[in-house]
Design a protein around this ligand. Structure first.
Ligand SMILES: CC(C)(COP(=O)(O)OP(=O)(O)OC[C@H]1O[C@@H](n2cnc3c(N)ncnc32)[C@H](O)[C@@H]1OP(=O)(O)O)[C@@H](O)C(=O)NCCC(=O)NCCS
Length: 204
């Protein structure tokens, strides 16, 4: 059974959660501040907490309320999709590389292997503003270009989300356009910012 722990723990009331028990979780790649690992159903409660966080809801314009149950369903489906040889989407758990506490998730979706492109998304649910998000973006971009062989990854963000835009730019994204007044965030219209990153820029 899962619970919504507030301490950055994963909310497991029993079982063998690796980060809580001091065992290293499985990691796929490590960066300077972040590490990426496979999705874990035992983190469903943490995923719900990260998604329901007011700042995260504002940042990704999320209306629905997530629970450990809805996240467990999503995680299982995403695991199956990500396991395919030519996945349409891949998602990762993002860890703080310093102590291997899970802090969020990031991934690629709408992966088009024929065209070599995909879209990117990220939520850092805790420990924001410590460089983990920027490093996680870098790691996912490297995955897109080096492992999946893609050429172009794009994202959309709200124009007021300076922290996200700054982190994306430092990780290798560049703005290529704005759709004016195309989003409503907390009752106010704002521009939608489009950014992309390309393999030769990131893999140098
Ligand atoms: C956006 C997000 C992924 C960034 O991850 P993070 O770990 O918080 O970001 P980092 O600490 O790696 O980097 C933030 C950068 O923005 C800078 N920054 C913070 N607030 C800023 C502001 N108001 N204006 C400009 N830059 C700002 C920081 O100084 C830092 O840059 P630096 O490394 O050059 O000092 C994370 O905050 C998040 O998930 N937020 C909620 C959900 C969300 O908005 N998702 C994105 C939807 S498009």
């Amino acid at each position: 059974m899962t619970s919504l722990a507030k301490d950055g723990g994963v909310g497991l009331e029993h079982g063998a959660d690796a980060s809580v028990r001091g065992m290293d979780p499985d990691l796929i790649v490590r960066g300077e501040r972040a590490a990426l690992g496979p999705l874990r159903v035992d983190l469903a409660g943490a995923f719900a907490r990260w998604s329901n966080d007011p700042e995260a809801r504002r940042g990704v314009l999320r209306r629905g309320i997530r629970t450990a149950e809805t996240e467990a369903e999503w995680i299982r489906a995403a695991m199956a999709t990500g396991a395919e040889h030519r996945p349409e989407a891949v998602s990762f758990v993002v860890y703080d590389v310093a102590d291997l506490v899970p802090v969020g998730s990031a991934g690629l979706f709408e992966i088009d292997h024929l065209m070599g492109r995909a879209r990117f998304g990220i939520i850092i649910g805790e420990r924001r503003g410590q460089g983990i998000g920027t490093d996680a973006v870098r790691l996912v971009l490297r995955w897109a270009f080096a492992d999946l062989g893609l050429h172009n990854v794009m994202l959309e963000a709200m124009a007021w989300n300076e922290r996200a835009l700054h982190a994306y730019e430092r990780a290798g994204f560049r703005e290529f356009g704005r759709r004016r007044g195309a989003l409503v965030s907390e009752g106010r219209r704002c521009d939608e910012v489009f950014m992309d990153a390309i393999a030769p820029d990131v893999l140098t």
